[in-house]
Ligand binder design. Structure first.
Ligand code: ZN
Length: 408
């Protein structure tokens, strides 16, 4: 059945696929993700893909065979099916605004999306938007990505004369709880490089992520009855507070942006006898990440000199690395994306992600995988909306990338 990209997108949004961090040791974390996976499995078969498979962990794979007579690398396109745990995805009721007037948008009588809160809105005057009814998220993250990929595949079905190499497709579960790549079979996928269609603005090419580490600090107090504690008592809870004040106060998520890294206190559990503080450390630059780790260790040494060796202990663990190192070594993926954007009349911009992506982990595991835009905005909440024209451009971008690879 032929469908346009908007119909597809809205149909996917209506299916509840919220993932659940409380059940993250199981993949998929919620069985309802299979509801969408089953729809997508059938659509891939209808669109003429081969060996279409929905596996036990809720990954949907399919391959469009090459129809060109020369050797070209297999390219992959990936999108995730789950929606964020942050906001409900039950009963999503998308509404189309056919020609946006650039003003405040009433999602329902109680929920207004105001231009003063979302200053990017007026620039979209005249565009076709899909918004929520103010009670749920939209799910354009990442169902807009799925819709773009499906739309491109439909194009090849309707235009068998258009030459293309082999195209690998995978829809993944549980991206929002960090488990998207967990059971992703890179070898089976068989692509030389791939793209996650999981970004926002269409001009953005995300080829950089943070380098990430975490730190756990343990503070050992010296417990003594407070009535006789003079010059003896060491209060672990106070030490944990003092430690936080030793770190640069500007180097936090609330005071940094762009390529600036941070040290972020995510929690303290403390009594006067003992305390544990947990931090995450982030920086796009590996050297600067190391400097942040060193700074945290220096603050530990400072306290240990004051209160005695072993009073404070620090354990630092690396979580993930910036995918740029991999992508720089395999430049074809990023270069092709920029060329394709240019041919569509769009000047691509590098968007250093202040977080990780599934593509970052896949890149480090051997599948170079930058992230591209899909037209979705304000994800993970009720103000989420999707720009239909940009979603259409993202489908064009996929076709252009495939064409450039075929011509090479
Ligand atoms: Zn996403």
């Amino acid at each position: 059945m032929k469908m346009n990209i908007e119909e597809r997108f809205i149909a996917y949004c209506r299916i509840d696929t919220q993932s659940d961090p409380a059940n993250s040791d199981v993949t998929p974390s919620t069985q309802k993700q299979f509801d969408l996976a089953e729809v997508l499995r059938k659509e891939l078969i209808e669109l003429g893909l081969e060996n279409v498979e929905l596996d036990e962990h809720c990954y949907v794979y399919g391959w469009l065979p090459s129809n060109t007579n020369h050797e070209v690398p297999t390219v992959g396109f990936i999108a995730h099916m789950d929606t964020a745990p942050d906001y409900t995805g039950t009963g999503v009721n998308p509404r189309v605004i056919a020609c946006y007037d650039g003003k405040d948008i009433e999602l329902n009588p109680d929920v207004i999306m105001k231009v003063e809160d979302f200053p990017d809105l007026p620039a979209l005057k005249g565009k076709r938007l899909i918004v929520t009814d103010g009670n749920t998220l939209l799910g354009g993250d990442d169902k807009a990505g799925i819709a773009c990929i499906m739309d491109a595949l439909q194009y090849y079905q309707l235009h068998p004369e258009v030459k293309h190499g082999r195209i690998a497709v995978c829809f993944t579960p549980d991206e929002e709880i960090g488990n998207g790549p967990k059971y992703f079979d890179i070898e089976k996928f068989g692509a030389e490089f791939a793209y996650t269609m999981d970004g926002g603005n269409i001009e953005e090419v995300s080829d950089e992520t943070f380098n990430a580490a975490s730190a756990k600090l343990t503070f050992h107090g010296f417990s003594i009855h407070p009535g006789s504690g003079k010059d003896k008592l060491i209060n672990a809870a106070s030490l944990a507070c003092q430690y936080q004040t030793l770190l640069p106060q500007y180097m936090t998520p609330e005071h940094t942006s762009g390529r600036e890294g941070f040290i972020h206190l995510i929690g303290i559990e403390a009594s006067s006898a003992s305390a544990v503080s947990e931090y995450i450390i982030r920086d796009h630059d590996r050297t600067k990440l190391q400097e942040k780790k060193d700074l945290m260790k220096a603050a530990v040494d400072y306290l240990n000199v004051q209160y005695g060796q072993g009073t404070v202990e620090i354990e630092i663990q690396d979580s993930y690395h910036n995918m740029k190192e991999v992508l720089d070594a395999h430049p074809q993926s990023v270069e092709t994306a920029y060329r394709a954007l240019k041919e569509l009349g769009i000047e691509g911009v590098s968007d250093p992600i202040r977080g990780g992506t599934d593509g970052a982990e896949l890149s480090l595991r051997g599948l170079p995988c930058p992230n591209l835009g899909n037209g979705d905005r304000n994800c993970h909440g009720r103000y989420e909306y999707c720009v239909v024209e940009e979603m259409q451009l993202a489908a064009e971008l996929i076709k252009k990338i495939v064409a450039l690879i075929e011509e090479a």
